[in-house]
Ligand binder design. Structure first.
Ligand SMILES: Nc1ncnc2c1ncn2[C@@H]1O[C@H](COP(=O)(O)OP(=O)(O)OP(=O)(O)O)[C@@H](O)[C@H]1O
Ligand SMILES: [Mg+2]
Length: 328
C-alpha cells in the first residue's frame, strides 16, 4: 500500500476531514484493485458501504463535530490538510508587514489577553483576481498553525433563506467549538447567487446575517473572508473586520521576485534581463507571472536547453498576450 496515501489518510483522520477520509479510502480500494488484490479490495469496499449506510464516516472528536447542511447533511466545511497548505508569498513590504502583524498578534494572544486585548481575528482580503487572496488564507493558517476550513458555499446556500442562515449559524458555531482559520473564499458568492435571481432584498438580509454573525463571533481562531468585488466593501463591512487587507497587483519589484521564485528550480542564463522582463510584465497578476515563469521553464526543457534565457520568457509572454487577445 502506498505510504504517502496512508500518511494522508492518517492526517485526514487526525484533522477530522470526513470528505478527505472518504476520498482517500476510495483511492486505496482502487489502488488494491489495480495491483490485483481483488479480495482485499472487495472487503474494503464492503466496509466503506457499511459505514456510508450508517451515516457519515466518523471518528472520535472533530469528525463528529464537522457541521453538515440542514436539508441533505452535506458537509458545510472542507478542511485543507496541512501538507497541502502553500505559504510562500511575494508581497510588497507594507502588505507583508500587515500579514506578519496578524500572525504575531495570534502568537501573542495569551499575553494580549492578560491586558484585556484580543488579536486581530476577523480579516478581509480583497483585491484583483490572481494576486494571492486564497494563497494569503493558506499562509495565515500555516503561520498560525490553525487548521484551514473552507466554507463550502455549494452546500451552504439553499433556495430557502432560513436554511442558508441555519447553515451559516452551524458554520460559525463549529468555528467557535473548535478553533480554526475559517475561510469564506469568494464570499461575494453569497450575495451573487441572490442577485442572479434579482432578489435584492434577500441579498441584504443574507449580508446582514453574515455581518451579525461575524460581529458576535467569539471563536479563538481566525475568520478570513476574501472577495475581489470592490463594491462589496461598504462601511458596514469595514466596521465588522479588524483588518481589511488589500492585496494589490504586483509591482515591478514583486514581479521580478516572483519570477525568480518560480524559476528557482531551473538554471538561468547569466545575462537574463530580469528587470526588463519584469517591466514587460507590468500590470499582470501574480498568477499570470507564475504562469509565464512555468511556461518559460517548460519551453526551455522541451527545446533541450539547460538554462532558461530571455527568449524562453519572451516566448511565454507572447503566448499569454495571444491568449488575452483570443479571450471573448
Ligand atoms: N502574491 C503572490 N505570491 C506568490 N504567488 C502568487 C501571489 N499571487 C498569486 N500567486 C500565484 O497565483 C496563484 C493564484 O493565486 P490566488 O488563488 O491566491 O489568487 P486570488 O487572489 O485568490 O484569485 P481569485 O480572485 O481569482 O480567487 C497562486 O497559487 C500562486 O501560484
Ligand atoms: Mg481565490
Amino acid at each position: 500500500m502506498n505510504a504517502t496515501l496512508l500518511k494522508r489518510l492518517f492526517r485526514a483522520i487526525q484533522s477530522g476531514s470526513a470528505p478527505d477520509v472518504e476520498v482517500l479510502c476510495r483511492r486505496i480500494v482502487e489502488g488494491e484493485k489495480r495491483v490485483g488484490h481483488v479480495r482485499i479490495a472487495q472487503d474494503l469496499e464492503g466496509i466503506l458501504k457499511q459505514s456510508r449506510a450508517s451515516g457519515p464516516v466518523s471518528a472520535p472528536g472533530l469528525l463528529a463535530r464537522m457541521p453538515t447542511s440542514r436539508r441533505d447533511s452535506a458537509p458545510l466545511l472542507q478542511e485543507v490538510s496541512v501538507d497541502q497548505l502553500r505559504h510562500e508569498m511575494v508581497l510588497p513590504a507594507a502588505v507583508e508587514k500587515r500579514f506578519q502583524r496578524i500572525e504575531k498578534e495570534f502568537a501573542a494572544r495569551s499575553r494580549l489577553a492578560k491586558h484585556g486585548l484580543k488579536p486581530r481575528h476577523r480579516i478581509l482580503l480583497y483585491g484583483p483576481p490572481g494576486c494571492g487572496k486564497s494563497l494569503g488564507a493558506e499562509r495565515l493558517a500555516w503561520n498560525t498553525g490553525l487548521p484551514l476550513r473552507k466554507v463550502r458555499f455549494d452546500t451552504l446556500l439553499s433556495s430557502y433563506f432560513g436554511e442558508t442562515m441555519a447553515n451559516l449559524r452551524k458554520v460559525f458555531d463549529a468555528a467557535q467549538a473548535s478553533p480554526c482559520a475559517l475561510f469564506l473564499d469568494e464570499c461575494d458568492t453569497l450575495a451573487r447567487s441572490r442577485m442572479e435571481r434579482n432578489d435584492v432584498g434577500e441579498v441584504t438580509r443574507i449580508t446582514n446575517g453574515l455581518l451579525e454573525m461575524l460581529e458576535h463571533h467569539r471563536g479563538d481562531g481566525l475568520v478570513i473572508a476574501a472577495t475581489n468585488l470592490d463594491s462589496a466593501l461598504d462601511t458596514a463591512l469595514f466596521r465588522r473586520f479588524d483588518e481589511v487587507l488589500k492585496i494589490p497587483l504586483p509591482g515591478i519589484d514583486e514581479i521580478e521576485r516572483l519570477l525568480h521564485v518560480t524559476l528557482s528550480a531551473m538554471e538561468t542564463d547569466r545575462a537574463l534581463a530580469w528587470r526588463d522582463l519584469a517591466q514587460a510584465m507590468d500590470g499582470m497578476s501574480g498568477s499570470e507571472v507564475v504562469h509565464v515563469g512555468q511556461n518559460a521553464a517548460k519551453h526551455c526543457v522541451l527545446e533541450g536547453r539547460k538554462k532558461v534565457g530571455d527568449a524562453d520568457i519572451r516566448h511565454a509572454l507572447l503566448e499569454i498576450h495571444e491568449r488575452h487577445h483570443q479571450a471573448p
